[in-house]
Design a protein around this ligand. Structure first.
Ligand code: NDP
Ligand code: 2IT
Length: 444
């Protein structure tokens, strides 16, 4: 049996009931055989066995009191996966579906994504099965304070720097930072995505969505194509989706649909983003309200139907496995030309196969959504300098990083004879640097 297959089998046997972790590991490891063949010393050094095993997993109790005076208990997680190239870095997800499998898949992906940014950040991820939906601000604060009371002993500006993800935005980062500062008496860059009045960076809020569009635009440019006049479908209506929509529209695209976990809106005239932002960012409401406010827009219960809408570009920006094989086939049948993943692992393994076999330009999450964490690293740089850069400076750096990522994954795919396979290109380009650093550090 080949080395990568052996590692994958052992991983599945030793981590049963972790389907998302298995899925991410399968996607990554199946690209790495060609690298391993060039580097037989990696097998001798047990490099892959160490690569797929987190350096540390922290699991903890998060007790808090709700507005009715009831005691609630949630599960807290921080997986410190790999610190070979820099301090652990990655978001916190608050969603009822969160479990160890999900945090580990996200952490594993994050190692290679962070490597692709070209910046010195290792991989980590954390979160809780806490559901922020319908909670009061006081409940959110109570939860965040309890979560940080435990997490603070495991993180630090040079150790592990969390940020946002699903269910964790500016409000939550504020409460988490406040509690960290209170306990540790340190005003440092221990979290990114901070508010602009207390150490945050311009462009971090927009970065993941903007970066997604920048890298897709670069892929288009290489094909003498552009966003101008393209029909775009975006899933989700949270942080990533909103700013992907804004940037795509500014480049001349028509975004016709978005969704939340209840259903999707279709607006043949093009989504009015100010309405979406008012519903989602200001009122924390449901996307359904869009159709009540905008004449001509249609709301449909359920998410999956969004992929039956004809489009040139699909930008999944909600959650894992939101595009399955059947949805991918529908997209292809309706003529999709570009699929770029704003969410983490939104396409199933089968869906990826469908896109690649059909010749769709497919940009995988670890490359396509790296703009968020890249700008987090720029926030860390500004914190260390105790300086702030202008919006234009950060935006230019973000654009340069995304363009570089595109060319690096393109080159890596070509180098190994898999031109146009950006899944392989991203895995290989991300892995090469981490592997070299791990080898340099000896057996640790
Ligand atoms: P938000 O919490 O801001 O938004 C999430 C959006 O996705 C909401 O519209 C939410 O709908 C929807 N959603 C979440 N879970 C589901 C589900 N199970 N089914 C259908 N819809 C769902 O999160 P972000 O925008 O920050 O994150 C979106 C994706 O992007 C995630 O995969 C995240 O890991 C990834 N990502 C985020 C980065 C960042 O910087 N924030 C960076 C890189 C990747 P509802 O409101 O109904 O729950
Ligand atoms: O998945 C991701 O890259 C994020 N949620 C952002 C992580 C970060 O540290 O900014």
């Amino acid at each position: 049996m080949k080395y990568v297959e052996k590692v994958l089998e052992t991983l599945k046997a030793q981590n049963p009931n972790e389907p998302e972790f298995h899925q991410a590991a399968t996607e990554i490891l199946s690209s790495l055989q060609v690298v391993i063949e060039k580097h037989p010393e990696y097998e001798k050094a047990g490099l892959l066995e160490r690569f797929v095993e987190p350096e540390r997993v922290v699991m903890f109790r998060v007790p808090w009191v709700d507005d009715q005076g009831n005691v609630q208990v949630n599960k807290g997680y921080r997986v410190q996966f790999n610190s070979a190239i820099g301090p652990y870095k990655g978001g916190l997800r608050f969603h009822p579906s969160v479990n160890l499998s999900i945090i580990k898949f996200l952490g594993l992906e994050q190692i290679l994504k962070n490597s692709l940014t070209g910046l010195p950040i290792g991989g980590g991820k954390g979160g809780s099965n806490f559901d922020p939906k319908g909670k009061s601000d006081r409940e959110i604060m109570a939860f965040c304070q309890s979560f940080m009371t435990e997490l603070q002993r495991h993180i630090g500006q040079d150790t592990d720097v969390p940020a946002g993800d699903i269910g964790v935005g500016g409000r939550e980062i504020g409460f988490l930072f406040g509690q960290y500062k209170r306990i540790r008496d340190e005003h440092v860059g221990v979290l990114t995505g901070r508010g602009l009045t207390y150490g945050g960076s311009l462009v971090r809020t927009e970065a993941t969505g903007y970066g997604l569009v920048y890298i897709t635009a670069e892929a288009m440019k290489q094909r003498n194509d552009s966003f101008e006049g393209k029909t775009v479908v975006i899933s989700g209506s949270g942080n990533v989706a909103i700013y992907a929509c804004q940037k795509a529209q500014s480049l001349g695209a028509k975004v016709v649909a978005m969704y939340d976990s209840n259903g999707y809106v279709y607006d043949p005239e093009g989504i009015k983003l100010d309405v979406v932002r008012d519903i989602k960012e200001v009122k924390r409401g449901r996307i359904k309200e869009y159709a009540e406010r905008v004449p001509g827009a249609v709301y449909t219960e359920g998410c999956k139907g969004i992929w039956s809408l004809p489009c040139d570009v699909a930008l999944p920006c909600a959650t894992q496995n939101e595009i399955d094989e059947a949805s991918a086939e529908l997209l292809v049948k309706n003529g999709v030309k570009y699929v770029a993943e704003g969410a983490n692992m939104p396409s199933t393994l089968k869906a990826i196969e469908v896109f690649q076999n059909a010749g769709v330009v497919f940009l995988p999450a670890k490359a396509a959504n790296a703009g968020g964490v890249a700008t987090s690293a720029l926030e860390m740089a500004q914190s260390s300098q105790r300086l702030f850069w202008t919006f234009e400076e950060v935006d230019k750096k973000l654009n340069d990083i995304m363009v570089n990522i595109y060319h690096n994954i393109d080159k890596a795919a070509k180098k190994y004879g898999m031109e146009g396979n950006y899944v392989a290109g991203a895995n290989i380009a991300g892995f090469e640097k981490v592997a070299e650093a791990m080898m340099a550090h000896g057996i640790v």
